[in-house]
Design a protein around this ligand. Structure first.
Ligand code: SUG
Length: 441
């Protein structure tokens, strides 16, 4: 039996909101202060998981993190009851309140870097939770991500979940969003492409932060025991980061031997592509889009490269794109031409993920890719694997617990904290995860 790619999507949490927290993420800035719909966001995410499941793909999910997180505010000097802490922060430092309420763990591509068993030194699947140090609201995900991954991938014979890298700017790590694995088949040894925005020698962009560093990528590759001859490091174009490409997965996506990217993705792009082709023994299948075909601005606005590239059971490749791609004339026209050219993408579908997209999160942001051999798939916690029954249960759960409107000014409402905890407590029972969250202890 062969290894399969399982997509673990981040289940959207009850506090999904638009606080404009993410620097360099144009959608997050643009939609700041808008009223969100957490219920619709969660249902849109579940509908995407259901679609992949219906297509015969292996699908799992990662539970949301507990938010609001008054613990962050206590660490920053606010004291009193949970309600008092939230109220004081709302008054004195609203951005800290927003940071402790963000549902950003939904973008599971940033949960961790994952190396499949075929690529690692000890033949186990390795995970390094991303430290996400470049944004406060995201940096508080790292430890809980480790707890969640250990609860799901608990079997030491198959899995190794590391600690996040030290939380310092020089080791900024954004996980799977800046890492792609190319291979001839999922079970075969792959090639890891790590993409950074800056390093000790390479200063990076002027306007927006470069979130990933070369030194972080090197550390992850080392601790996963990757073969250095099968690892490629590339720098993201600083001008692309300044144009809103805050993660590599906003400008490039790979699957098996296919790399679909914009011509502005990497510094010295030709050389990077040569290295990749060489590492894949000449089997790289490149679809490189130039500025005439799709402008960088249209790529960022439509999130075309944040599509999921999926291998269907017959071997065909599906591009699951955000609905915004259909609404952009240039992008949609390009995709029609691409299909006719038969270059390795056989079908295109769009998904409505508008709630997440308004915070800069498309289809690929919402999922963590984990390649698993059949025995490892059996050894992981089965309660988080998607089924029609789980879909029905979670849809009902969302409909009972989630608000259908949430303004940033409502984040200090103590009822939101209670609602969120009641919902997550029930969720751990649905998923069979036990007392996963600190508030349950
Ligand atoms: O880190 N947005 C996320 C979006 C992450 C998308 N992930 C990938 N590209 N893989 C981020 O910028 C917005 C939150 C807010 O504004 O409240 C936010 O964090």
């Amino acid at each position: 039996m062969k290894a399969v790619e399982v997509n673990f999507d981040g289940l959207v949490g009850p506090t999904h909101n638009y606080s404009g927290l993410a620097s360099g993420n144009l959608a997050s800035a643009r939609n700041r202060e808008q009223v969100s719909n957490p219920r619709a966001a969660a249902l849109q995410g579940l509908a995407k998981m259901k679609r992949l499941h219906d297509l015969g793909l292996s699908q799992g999910l990662l539970p949301p993190q507990p938010r609001p997180e008054p613990g962050l505010l206590r660490q920053l000097g606010f004291d009193g009851s949970d309600a008092e802490v939230l109220a004081r922060a709302a008054h004195e430092a609203p951005w800290l309140l927003s940071a402790c309420c963000s549902a950003s763990a939904m973008w599971a591509a940033n949960a961790a870097t994952v190396s499949p068993a075929a690529d690692t030194g000890d033949g186990r699947v390795h995970f390094t939770p991303a430290n996400l140090v470049s944004q406060l609201h995201r940096s508080i995900e790292a430890d809980m991500t480790g707890t969640i991954l250990r609860a799901i991938f608990h079997h030491p014979e198959f899995f190794c979940v590391h600690s996040p890298l030290p939380a310092t700017a020089a080791l900024g790590d954004e996980g799977g969003a800046n890492h792609s694995r190319l291979c001839t088949a999922y079970s075969n040894r792959g090639v890891a492409l790590f993409v950074h925005g800056r390093s000790r020698q390479q200063p990076g962009p002027q306007r927006f932060p470069a979130r990933q560093t070369l030194e972080a990528s090197e550390a992850v590759a080392r601790q996963h025991g990757l073969d250095p001859t099968r690892v490629i490091y590339a720098q993201q174009r600083p001008d692309a980061i300044d144009a809103g490409v805050f993660h590599n997965d906003v400008i490039a996506v790979a699957n098996r031997t296919l790399l679909f990217c914009h011509e502005s993705a990497f510094v010295d792009q030709l050389q990077v592509l040569d290295q990749l082709d060489h590492a894949l023994n000449g089997e790289l299948n490149l679809i490189q889009v130039n500025e005439h075909e799709i402008s960088l601005q249209a790529a960022v606005q439509s999130y075309l490269f944040n599509s999921q590239l999926l291998t269907l059971s017959g071997g065909h490749t599906l591009l699951l794109a955000p609905q915004e791609c259909r609404e952009n004339e240039q992008v949609w026209h390009y995709l029609q031409t691409l299909l006719k050219a038969r270059k390795g993408i056989d079908a295109v579908e769009v998904a409505d993920l508008r709630q997440s997209m308004r915070n800069g999160g498309g289809p690929a942001c919402l999922r963590l890719r984990v390649v698993l051999e059949p025995k490892a798939l059996e050894a992981c916690h089965q309660g988080v694997l998607f089924s029609d029954q789980l879909y029905a249960q979670l849809t009902d759960w969302v409909e009972r617990h989630y608000r259908d409107r949430l303004a940033p000014s409502e984040l200090a409402d103590p009822a939101l904290l209670d609602e969120s905890r009641v919902a997550l407590d029930e969720l751990t029972r649905i998923l069979g995860l036990g007392s996963l969250y600190p508030f349950q202890h």
